[in-house]
Write a protein that binds this ligand. Structure first.
Ligand SMILES: [Zn+2]
Length: 422
């Protein structure tokens, strides 16, 4: 079984949004109370509370404290679950020690099997503005209207998570357990594509096509930088700080939506044409660290873009039962794909690769993507594409409508952890 997340935009009345906010504050306080109680218990009795004990403690605290009674009992237990997961990750050495959470960073509540109800699924509007809506009732919070932009198996939902984004937008995420359908397709893979990720061109394919770093992406990054600076000048937790914070959050969300949309379309395009995806083994770090310090901060913004692009591409291939081959990335841009010679003098600024050994000249990124293909055991074309071709604006692929509220499904989440995006 694997868990898949379906995320939908949700709308509510102001009152309901207010209730949600109050509950998030209560949940945050409960989390912090649990944290302290657990620490005390450990210090006094050297006893590490297990999951059941923590859940029971959450219920007891809820019983004793008026403030926590606004929470549905199962939601309160999920707060304990969340703390438990955080502590486990710490004990496994995967994360820092759980700390007090700040209310403005505690943004989601989880309902397990009960405490919620989906009803009144209906089609509204006509033609292009046609939408599918549904009503979601969350016990102790109220009603939300969901825009169901895609089908999902309602009767297999194992958890519902409601998230109040820093921008004020609300999303509802349904976790669905689906049986594994990931057997590799029995067909012999026929063709492979190597993908080189970069900053000037987001992706360069071994067939000579490339995806430019789109202008809106750049502009959004610029705006984020400006807003970040504005925020840093405001007094921490002041009214203006929250205002600036919200504006920044909106821009971040906008960027995320834009990016996801683009990446999913690219992934669908490639997975439709190729049987095997060859990527460099996660090491964009190298590229980023080698760049001069002046540009560092900007590069760091790209960091998450790269890992997301990788994740989406990989996921699109795996979903279709196709192969993903990560290969070592060492020296990919310095190696000649034809003779294997190394061009040590190549710098980040050189856009063209020239081989001193065999005299071969090719676009730097295209050469790198061909080297990847070779390292994965595929024979690159004897005469690679010399002309680079841009991938046409992706919406024309007709793979999905554009717009922030439109979302593709997310790659499967690790249950109970990554959902809590703070
Ligand atoms: Zn060469």
């Amino acid at each position: 079984m694997r868990v898949r997340a379906y995320r939908f935009r949700a709308y509510s009345s102001k009152t309901t949004a207010g209730v949600l906010k109050t509950q998030l504050e209560a949940a945050c306080k409960l989390y912090n109370t649990l944290l302290h109680a657990e620490q005390e218990e450990y210090e006094e009795n050297k006893h590490t509370m297990n999951k059941t004990e923590l859940r029971q403690l959450a219920l007891d605290l809820r019983k004793q404290n008026q403030e926590f009674q606004v929470l549905h009992s199962q939601v309160a237990q999920q707060v304990a679950e969340r703390f438990y997961q955080a502590r486990e990750r710490f004990l496994e050495g995967l994360a820092n020690k759980p700390k007090n959470k700040k209310p403005h960073r505690y943004l989601s509540l989880v309902y397990p099997q009960s405490g919620w109800r989906l009803s009144n699924t209906r089609d509204v509007g006509q033609g292009k503005s046609k939408k599918r809506k549904a009503r979601l009732y969350l016990s102790k919070i109220g009603f939300f209207t969901l825009i169901l932009h895609r089908e999902f198996p309602e009767n297999q939902v194992s958890q519902v998570c409601v998230k109040l984004n820093p921008s004020g937008r609300i999303h509802v995420i349904f976790l669905v357990e689906e049986s594994e359908s990931q057997e590799l397709s029995s067909k012999e893979p026929k063709n492979a594509v190597g993908v080189d990720l970069g900053i000037a061109r987001l992706a360069t394919l071994s067939d000579g096509r490339f995806l430019d770093n789109p202008k809106p992406h750049e502009r959004s990054l610029d705006r984020i930088r400006v807003l970040q600076r504005t925020l840093s000048r405001k007094k921490f937790l002041s009214k203006n700080w929250f205002k600036a914070k919200r504006r920044l959050a909106k821009q971040h969300e906008h960027l995320k939506d834009f990016r996801r949309d683009l990446f999913f379309k690219l992934g669908a395009l490639l997975a439709g044409e190729y049987d095997v995806l060859v990527l460099e083994d996660l090491n964009v770090q190298g590229l980023i660290q080698k760049s001069e310090t002046k540009k560092r901060r900007r590069m760091r913004l790209y960091d998450s873009s790269f890992s997301e692009l990788r994740a989406v591409l990989e996921w699109q291939f795996r979903k279709r039962g196709k192969l993903v081959l990560p290969v070592p990335s060492y020296n990919t841009s310095r190696e000649c794909f034809r003779c294997g010679g190394i061009n040590q003098s190549l710098t980040l600024e050189d856009r063209v690769f020239h081989c001193a050994h065999c005299g071969f000249t090719l676009d730097r990124d295209l050469n790198a993507s061909l080297v990847l293909l070779k390292r994965a055991g595929w024979v690159p074309p004897a005469a690679p594409a010399v002309e680079l071709r841009p991938i046409p604006p992706l919406p024309s692929l007709g793979l999905g409508r554009q717009g922030g509220a439109m979302r593709q499904e997310a790659p499967a989440f690790r249950r109970g952890s990554s959902l809590f995006v703070t």
